[in-house]
Design a protein around this ligand. Sequence first.
Ligand SMILES: C[S@@+](CC[C@H](N)C(=O)[O-])C[C@H]1O[C@@H](n2cnc3c(N)ncnc32)[C@H](O)[C@@H]1O
Length: 239
Amino acid sequence: MYGSGFCRVYNEFGWNVYPEVFGERLLRWLDRNGIPVRTALDLGCGTGVLCRVLSAAGISASGVDLSEAMVAVARENAPGLRFDVGDMVTWRPERPVDLVTCTGDALNHLFGLGDVARVFENAAGYLTPGGVFVFDLLSEGEIPDDEPFVLRYSDTVSARFRTSREDGAVRLHIDVFEQDVLKFEEDILEKVHDIGAVTALLEKAGLTLMQCGHRLLPDEGADAATWFVAARKGTETGK
Ligand SMILES: C[S@@+](CC[C@H](N)C(=O)[O-])C[C@H]1O[C@@H](n2cnc3c(N)ncnc32)[C@H](O)[C@@H]1O
């Protein structure tokens, strides 16, 4: 998953808008909740955009991603920030961080709830006391039907998307064309997790649920089907 060719398309053709918008909202969310953040780690950081937004706000941000190709793009997008190749299930930063993020369905790339639990336990171990874990999660309502659709990114580049379901997971198959010639294919497999089961795992890991809903900020953005979840290390839930 996330080979080099696809990562370039991901980076150049609009997929970076999501972490950019999410990052700006997250900064306002932190501000409104009175949560001071000096250091942050983005799990499944992809092209490094969220780290770049956090860093521009004065936060020392770093990222980790399983895909070497994604990390290579992140290093280009945000030179000077640290990006590592690693598995969020086990990877640990050298020092504790005040904020952990995981966006763009990255947690849905883990198939077993056992792995999701290990991510939470791991993060609870390296979050500072009172630190927060903010993530999104794909919900059933977001999955497009099985009709293929084509997005034209430029005069020469287009992509055809097809979704199918298998064993409780969603497979997104993407064919990328240049001048109508198939350049490469990508398969992304995502598991739709039960939101109640996921929030229960947070509590088990020692992370207190602060909010779980279809918006991060109640007055910003349209209601998406995506879940936005925030949890805090310790028992305080903030303002
Ligand atoms: C859809 S992308 C989202 C990237 C970025 N967070 C964003 O919002 O644009 C999902 C990312 O999760 C990464 N990923 C999947 N499983 C992972 C794991 N076990 N550990 C670290 N990264 C993982 C993928 O390589 C991919 O870059």
